[in-house]
Write a protein that binds this ligand. Structure first.
Ligand code: NI
Length: 184
């Protein structure tokens, strides 16, 4: 296992669409392990492979509370089969857009089909934070970021801020205490 560097806005690779893995083999499992280690180190609660520069449709999530034992979940080739009509709003962050948070409205429930770590095809009904997190991470696989769900004004402001910070080689936002969860 290895901690890998996380790509940040405005890295163009974050806008790339990722490809299906087809089969979860040892190579994909090794990728999942690196992603989990990278996510725990960040720390975050979700990570998509493209965030470490690998354009494969793989995501990892761990929603365990701080003092509970880790509960890693791995998803390969996830597909959203159904979305609920009702929406829920969550203040999202992203490890690729450090220390930037905005409220995003998404379907409150989703049904997702995926391959698990053992290459078994599974389906889950997700709601609450898991539904939000799955949608956020699946967006990454399509080159989409949570700021794409904001108003044009807010999105452009965020993009400008991170582009400028990257030119100046400075963080876009001052590092504060990690009080909010980062979705990844
Ligand atoms: Ni993210």
């Amino acid at each position: 296992m290895a901690i890998r560097p996380i790509l940040c806005l405005p890295d163009p690779r974050l806008r790339a669409a990722s490809e299906n893995v087809g089969v979860v083999d040892d190579e994909v499992r090794a990728l999942m392990d690196d992603m989990l280690e990278t996510m725990y180190d960040a720390p975050g609660i979700g990570l998509a492979a493209i965030q470490i520069g690998v354009a494969k449709r793989v995501i990892v999530i761990d929603l365990a509370k701080k003092d509970d034992p880790p509960a890693p979940q791995c998803f390969a080739d996830p597909e959203i089969l159904e979305r609920s009509e009702d929406a829920s709003v969550y203040e999202e962050g992203c490890l690729s857009i450090p220390d930037y948070y905005e409220e995003v409205s998404r379907p409150a429930k989703v049904r997702v089909r995926f391959l698990d770590r053992n290459n078994e095809r599974r389906e889950i009904e997700a709601e609450g934070l898991l539904a939000t997190c799955l949608q956020h991470e699946i967006d990454h696989l399509d080159g989409k970021l949570f700021i794409d769900h904001l108003s044009r004004l807010k999105r452009e402001r965020a993009i400008k801020k991170f582009a400028k910070a990257s030119r100046l080689n400075e963080p876009a936002t001052p590092r504060g205490p990690e009080i909010r969860e980062k979705l990844g």
